[in-house]
Design a protein around this ligand. Sequence first.
Ligand code: GLV
Length: 314
Amino acid sequence: MPKLAVIHHRHEDWVAALSEAEPRLEIRGWHPREAMAADPDWLAQAEALFTWRFPEGFLARMPKLHWIQNGGAGVDHLVHHPEIGPEVLITRADGQFGLWMARYVCGHLLAEAQRLNACHAAQLESRWEGKLLPEDLSGQIALVVGFGRIGRQIGRALRELGLEVHGIVRTARSDDEFPLHGLADLSQHLPSARLLVLCAPLTEATRGMVDARLLSQGHPGLTLINVGRGDQVVEPDLLDALDEGRLGRAVLDVFSVEPLAAESPLWRHPKITLTPHHSGPSTPRAMIPDLLDNLRRYAEGRSLVETVDRVRGY
Ligand code: GLV
């Protein structure tokens, strides 16, 4: 039976879900903390690994490794990993995240537009604030950077709320549903935008893309929502832009270093809402439908599909 090792902090759940999805595989799992003590003979025979993070030096225990299924959508931590040889195929999964992330983006945008905090404050004081009107989002421009399955789902949800959605992709291309502009033109579109959503993979092109130069193009009412990767935003530049009124607000789900350090100034900034990287939960329920095809292929000794382009970075 082909073997699939699982190194994951929720390995029990994943072993159960993967075994149910493909019973023709022999699947064993360990917490990343226990990985270095895992059965060496068994690991040495396994050709496949399901993981999010594994300890340094671990892959030397899997000399036959041929396939890594990432336990999430972003593969930036794997594509250039020095322990992963060029012969190893990497696959990712983003199945249901689009819907979760669309709810996240819309939830945070609507909280602001409906002025929920101000309504609640008025309610606490039994104050009838007749002038406390919601903001009209109709026709306002939303730029969604990264327009794969996740970005498109976010774009559709924002469009339903009345916004005019533009996707930002590596290079401009035509699309049946939305205008798609190249990343190089982002700064040109920013001055007219009300919302900037980051949901792109972290690559050399997107690392540090939201910096002082780009933020100087925004306007004081712009809201930035980052559900992509923390390193896409230069944190000191973001703080300066918020403090100097070049950016209205930031909603951050991802950070350069996670968990975010208690002493980070981001925690207490009045124009920042932050959440603990929870916008797209990587649960078996959300991901198994994406994994099924390749699990079957591996069980049957067939070649894998939709593998990551390691040069492109996603
Ligand atoms: C989480 O951030 C993921 O990439 O799935």
